[in-house]
Design a binder for this molecule. Structure first.
Ligand code: DQA
Length: 140
């Protein structure tokens, strides 16, 4: 059975309530139920934290055992050299995802510190960005 780790960063625990005009009205756990049902042969583990260090610890913990990582690092995408280094340090491929199309938004969201350390990037397809990332990892 393939194992995929989904990791959400800061403020993504508020999906469904946070700026629904940008991020939609659906909570992540609800979406995750559907995603798990869609891929019954994939073990999909989920972790969310608002803290940069906890995200790095999680990458270290799973980064040598899972088949792939789907990472929405939230705002740390645009600030964190430490996440870049953690992604480079591990063996599992990671796909960077964003719910919104960050390139249509404020300029400070246009740069990602983690893209260069990821297998690929998917952004702008709402929550479906996560499914597209899972598809990409399963196709590897
Ligand atoms: C986000 C985009 C980031 O710029 C923002 O800080 C987030 C969410 C997205 O999923 O669209 O927290 O990663």
């Amino acid at each position: 059975m393939k194992r995929i780790q989904i990791i959400n960063g800061p403020n993504l625990n508020l999906l469904g309530r946070r700026e629904p005009s940008i991020y939609g009205a659906r909570g992540f756990e609800d979406y995750l139920d559907d995603l798990r049902r869609r891929y019954p042969d994939v073990q999909m583990d989920y972790f969310q934290s608002n803290s940069e260090g906890a995200l790095i610890d999680k990458l270290h913990e799973v980064g040598f055992t899972v088949d792939g990582i789907v990472l929405n690092a939230g705002a740390y995408t645009h600030t964190s050299v430490a996440l870049h280094d953690a992604l480079r340090a591990i063996a599992a491929p990671a796909v960077e995802v964003h719910i919104s199309n960050v390139h249509q938004r404020e300029e400070f969201r246009h740069h990602s510190f983690i893209s260069a350390a990821c297998r690929g990037v998917i952004c702008g397809f709402g929550l479906d960005s996560y499914r597209l990332a899972v598809e990409a990892l399963l196709a590897e």
